[in-house]
Design a protein around this ligand. Structure first.
Ligand code: NAP
Length: 292
């Protein structure tokens, strides 16, 4: 743990509960690596106390907070200014208390795109299939469309939710960028066969149901990339199936690292130590997995 002085500035994460969060070890390791006089702490905040907590953070000079379940949506109403990602997704996972105003941002989607960019993968112009239509699909879809993805084909078990995300992308980001296909059937098979990038955002395959597969993959296009944003386990059954079909695969750790890195950059203005953040995060995830 860093030494806390009278000068130490405070960052943190709010959630209810918050004890499962990997952000404190990841961010404290990053702050230490950067030699910054900051500390990052967890705050367990009840939903009913959110407004009081935000006012308190502001009054106490806290520099920034991350938010996890269940605060991401309610926070949007409590900031003075929302970034386009926060406004479009209707969620805030990062708050920055500046001298002038309180800014809400959503770094999940940009973190997803940044993780790919760091591997040399540019999403611009790409034919994408996005599986799922929950909160993370909305964030990833918005950022893919904003980053210039050619077309995003959405498929979700509950079709109406996929249609809602597609409408958001078409009406608020770029007309014609999104379409939907049924969760099962030839439309999805054809879309998967044609995709340059497949993104799995459902919770299927996540611990403790790691033996589950959201769907059977058909033959993939040569050179296809497949990302599963699930990070526990590191390698889902879906990613193993994609690798067996010759795809370049990436797990959810990158998105988790880069969403944190983007928050840290906003608060401190420093270049985040990505390698160190990933190293600590992976070590903590392994410890959690070993503990069951
Ligand atoms: N790597 C990261 O940084 C990161 C960030 C956020 C989330 N995640 C991971 O992403 C996953 C989803 O999170 P979320 O917040 O988007 O969850 P969410 O809002 O609850 O959405 C869950 C999604 O999974 C689908 N789903 C659930 N069970 C299914 C099943 N049996 N068959 C088919 N589809 C099913 C849901 O479909 P319906 O609409 O039909 O219910 C929905 O599309 C979680 O595993 C989470 O850990 C990772």
């Amino acid at each position: 743990m860093p030494t806390v002085w009278g000068t130490t500035r405070v960052l943190g994460v709010i959630g209810w509960p918050v004890r499962h969060s990997f952000s404190p070890p990841m961010h404290n390791a990053a702050l230490e690596a950067l030699g910054l006089d900051y500390v990052y702490v967890p705050f367990e905040v009840r939903p009913a106390d959110l407004r009081a907590a935000v006012d308190g953070f502001r009054a106490a000079g806290v520099v920034g907070i991350n938010a996890t379940i269940p605060h991401k949506q309610a926070l949007l109403e409590l900031v003075d200014e929302a970034t386009p990602e926060a406004e479009l997704t209707g969620t805030v996972n990062t708050v920055h208390f500046t001298a002038e105003r309180t800014v809400g941002d959503s770094t999940d989607g940009p973190g997803f795109v940044a993780g790919l960019a760091a591997r040399g993968y540019d999403v611009a112009g790409r034919e994408v299939v996005l599986l799922g239509a929950g909160g993370s699909a909305r964030a990833v879809g918005v950022s893919l469309a904003r980053a210039g993805a050619g077309r995003v084909t959405l498929a979700n078990r509950t079709a109406a939710r996929a249609e809602a995300v597609a409408a958001l992308l078409n009406e608020r980001v770029r007309p014609g960028v999104a379409r939907t296909v049924a969760w099962e059937g030839d439309g999805l098979t054809a879309a998967l066969e044609a995709a340059e990038l497949v993104v799995q955002t459902t919770s299927v395959g996540m611990h403790p149901r790691a033996d589950e597969l959201p769907l059977e993959l058909p033959a993939l296009r040569p050179g296809a990339w497949v990302v599963d944003i699930v990070y526990n386990p590191f390698e889902t059954r879906f990613l193993r199936a994609a690798a067996a079909r010759g795809a370049t695969v990436l797990n959810g750790v990158e998105m988790l690292v880069y969403q944190g890195a983007l928050s840290l950059a906003r608060w401190t203005g420093c270049e985040p130590p990505i390698e160190r953040m990933r190293e600590v995060l992976v070590a903590e995830l392994r410890k959690r997995a070993e503990a069951g």
